[in-house]
Design a protein around this ligand. Sequence first.
Ligand SMILES: C[S@@+](CC[C@H](N)C(=O)[O-])C[C@H]1O[C@@H](n2cnc3c(N)ncnc32)[C@H](O)[C@@H]1O
Length: 207
Amino acid sequence: MRRPRFIAEQARDARGPVGRLIAFIMARETWAQNIRAIEALDVDGTDTILDVGCGHGRSLATLAARAPNGRVAGVDPSELMVEIAIERNRALVKAGQVDVVVAGVEALPFPDGAFDKALCVHVVYFWSDLDAALREIARVLKPGGALALLFRTNADAAAVRSFPAEVYSFPAFDEVVAALGRAGLAVGADEFNGAPVLLLATKRSGS
Ligand SMILES: C[S@@+](CC[C@H](N)C(=O)[O-])C[C@H]1O[C@@H](n2cnc3c(N)ncnc32)[C@H](O)[C@@H]1O
């Protein structure tokens, strides 16, 4: 069934009581794919990890549990999503292990090379400039750092049918792989798999 535009808009920019409900549903709908992407990151106990477009913040606790001696940050441009993510992870935020900040991929509020790993699940559809977004993620990764990028492509007919094109822009697979390359992120040839697609990309040294 095609999602009504006002619901799709809440996934891009959640607000108010409807946004809170969408966050609740989203945390369940996307969970299996978040676990898939987190597994691909092969988190080490001391890793510093960024979740770009963390939404409701369910992934942050899992990342923190896998990196007990590291640090986890989530960013999302929706103030409501950040509020929900902080509520969900209150103890970890208080302990200083998790931080959640209002920010979009366009300007990540972190220095160059701040993170060992980055996670980004079902967010690319909302980026106006794919190249700039991936360059910004690459900037905050350490050389050798890894990005797990999970998304549906424009070849996924069911997704294209279900989500309004005015809100969701599904990229072509090749377009994303090429943009990753231009951003200095190398994709392993055997990582192309499944629907949604999960790409594991590593920041090249010297990028
Ligand atoms: C479909 S939700 C996915 C949330 C979470 N990653 C998950 O897997 O459940 C998309 C999220 O991307 C966020 N978002 C929208 N535009 C963004 C941007 N330019 N940069 C970063 N996040 C963005 C939205 O606020 C929303 O929380």
